[in-house]
Design a binder for this molecule. Structure first.
Ligand code: UD1
Length: 368
């Protein structure tokens, strides 16, 4: 690491959306412990800003209050990306970090990586190397560019190694450390196992479907009304609990979707959400993180997408890709009967210690 005079390391963590907080919290914790003299500055871009999408997560995860709030809010992809860049640059000039840490694949991730790289600040990418090979997904573009720009690529599954190699990324930049989202799950396990959220919502553990949907391909277009109809039909066989992302809520109101029998609720805090996930009979989702959490917990997951950047979850046997086809929801009860009865072993290094491994690499930079 190029530093003229020795000084304690200065790290800036840039987070902006709900899953970012979950992926980064254990890394901030591990690095603060390992480098107590260092500066650990948290930047919240404000891509997610509702209390239920943001503060509640930071509080539950024990993340200190952010040092800088960029308050970019919602907007087009271009606006959101540009605003993060414009507002982050002066923060990086002021903080003069030795490393900028970015998680995942959202617009804030790409914007932060690009801003740091242009200022010649080294970038570390948590959850590097995932690929859906579908460039119509904004997240895929964010992943490809962020990985190209990053100096330290922290991989959560071994599939990423081949994906990155195929894009010409040198092995020296890759560090296979495991899944930091699972670190958070493991750290919260005692709390979510005791939370009893299912009963509080009036459903029996093991006997309900948990649904989350928020991707533009599904909720911003013509597929949404049929999806809701099919879910209502599923709800005649098994109770369906559906915490609704604000984007989905807005679109449901726009198309005036009727949802008889569905138990809709506001987005949940993380402990409540994990409690519902762990007790679910099945999960239907288009989220990336939930495919991973169900794999770790051994819960059958049905993913309403044509592809996944997390094939490791399909290989594990918990995740079934239904395709981007609401009609496939009808087949879920039959498919459930085919699911392996025993939960599989989690993928390699999904063991609650990924952030420690990241801290090993980063602390090693201070010494070098
Ligand atoms: C973003 C990420 C997606 C990630 C998801 C997690 C990108 C391109 N997408 O999608 O990869 O899986 O976060 O949730 O970065 N809204 C609110 N309050 C909020 C946040 C959003 O009302 O706190 C509404 C707004 O109407 C906004 C819409 O949700 O326009 C979409 O928000 P945005 O951050 O653009 O994308 P997400 O769909 O959340």
């Amino acid at each position: 690491m190029r530093r003229v005079l020795w000084r304690p390391m200065r790290i800036v963590y840039v987070v902006g959306t709900r899953p970012n907080f979950v992926k980064t919290a254990p890394v901030i914790g591990a690095l603060r412990t390992r480098l107590p003299e260092g500066r650990h500055a948290i930047v919240h871009t404000g891509q997610h800003y509702d209390r239920l999408m943001s503060e509640i997560f930071l509080e539950e995860l024990g993340v200190p209050a952010p040092d800088h709030m960029l308050e970019v809010g919602s907007g087009s992809h271009a606006q959101q990306t540009a605003l993060v860049m414009e507002r982050l640059a002066p923060v990086l000039e002021e903080e003069r970090p030795d490393l900028v840490v970015v998680p995942g694949d959202v617009n804030s991730t790409l914007a932060a990586a690009l801003t740091a790289a242009k200022l010649q600040v080294p970038v570390a990418h948590i959850e590097s190397g995932l690929r859906s090979f579908d460039r119509t997904m904004p997240e895929e573009l964010n992943r490809i560019v962020t990985d190209q720009l990053s100096d330290y690529l922290f991989l959560h599954s071994d599939e990423a190694i081949e994906n990155l190699r195929a894009e010409g990324i040198a092995a020296e930049r890759m560090h296979f450390v495991g899944n930091t989202m699972i670190d958070t799950l493991v750290a919260l396990e005692a709390r979510f196992r005791a939370a009893g959220t299912a009963r509080r919502l009036g459903v029996e553990p093991g006997r309900y479907a948990l649904v989350t949907l928020h991707r533009p391909a599904l909720v911003d277009g013509p597929l949404l009304p049929e999806t809701i109809e099919r879910l209502a039909a599923l709800a005649r066989e098994i109770p369906v609990v559906f915490p609704v992302h604000p984007r989905t809520r807005e679109m449901m109101e726009e198309v005036q979707a009727k949802h008889p029998g569905l138990q809709l609720c506001e987005p949940l805090g993380y402990v409540d959400f994990l409690s519902l996930l762990a007790d679910a009979g099945l999960v239907l989702t288009d989220s990336g993180g939930i495919q991973e959490e169900t794999t770790y917990l051994g819960i059958p997951c049905f993913t309403l997408r044509d592809n996944t950047e997390r094939p490791v979850t399909v290989k594990a046997g918990t995740n079934t890709l239904l395709g981007l086809d609401p009609a496939a929801i009808t087949g879920i009860p039959a498919a459930l009967a085919e699911h392996p009865p025993e939960p599989p072993e989690p993928p390699p290094l999904w063991d609650g210690r990924a952030a420690e491994r990241i801290a090993d690499v980063v602390a090693g930079l201070e010494e070098s």
